[in-house]
Design a protein around this ligand. Structure first.
Ligand SMILES: [Zn+2]
Length: 252
């Protein structure tokens, strides 16, 4: 179900156990070869595939394209909410449904910079609504649900998501090749940040001059189709777990 297509009376008639999925992405620089709207386009396609399979069992809000992209702001065209403002917007969007006693809110994310704010937003909302029972306040990022694409296709060079990288460029070649520039001319940029596994506060220019992180040169539309399939499978299976939850048990 699409929130944007329905009337308030339709929403009022729904079971309060219906999962509300809020897709969150970004509008930010994606190197010299990829469009600014990459994260939103890719998450939109993952969600489109998931929607076809879950149909009326889940309510999808429109995709929130403004994200926490402050680390990319040195590159023109990037749009970002300040991190604290973004956190509050995520909380507000969840609360819009908690006011009406919905109990299962899922932020499905498609941008690395949103991961921490999404987790923190759900944490803070839970504290505020601590007297409610049976709440599932969840956030997840589509490429972190278990897929290991490089084990399915040995020609994939990267073992994890980068930025405007082999994975994202492949998916864009599958989805909107007319928006992809000369990815074969891009240089490989190392993905593994210094000081891992610790986290470092960083701006994008600390890590990359052209703006991408990873190796776009090996991208292909065929790889992109595999990635979309694996990620859509993962998100579908995850949302099915949310649907199936009995509303009480915390283990399993
Ligand atoms: Zn991206």
């Amino acid at each position: 179900m699409q929130l944007a297509d329905l009337k308030w009376t339709d929403i009022d008639a729904l079971s309060r156990k219906t999962p509300i999925v809020i897709p969150i992405a970004a509008l930010e620089q994606h190197g010299r070869h990829m469009p600014l709207f990459t994260d939103s386009l890719l998450l939109g396609e993952v969600i489109r595939r998931v929607t076809e399979r879950l149909k009326d069992r889940v309510l999808f809000t429109p995709l929130m394209w403004l994200g926490n992209s402050e680390h990319h702001i040195d590159f023109p065209g990037t749009m970002t909410a300040a991190p604290r403002a973004y956190l509050d917007v995520l909380k507000d969007m969840a609360e819009n449904f908690l006011v009406h006693k919905f109990t299962r809110i899922v932020l499905v994310n498609g941008h690395g910079g949103n991961i921490v704010p999404a987790q923190q937003a759900m944490f803070e909302v839970r504290q505020k609504y601590r007297d409610r029972q049976g709440l599932a306040l969840l956030s997840t990022t589509y490429w972190t649900l278990g897929a290991k694409p490089n084990e399915m296709d040995k020609s994939l060079v990267q073992t994890r998501m980068g930025h405007a990288c082999e994975w994202e460029t492949s998916m864009m070649l599958r989805l909107a090749p007319h928006l992809v520039g000369d990815y074969k001319a891009a240089k490989a940029v190392g993905q593994y940040a210094r000081f891992e596994p610790a986290n470092r506060g960083w701006i994008t220019k600390d890590r990359t001059e052209p703006g991408h992180i990873g190796d776009p040169r090996t991208a292909s539309a065929e790889k992109g189709e595999l990635l979309f399939k694996l990620f859509a499978d993962d998100v579908t299976n995850f949302l099915q777990r949310v649907i199936d939850w009995d509303g009480a048990s915390e283990v399993g």
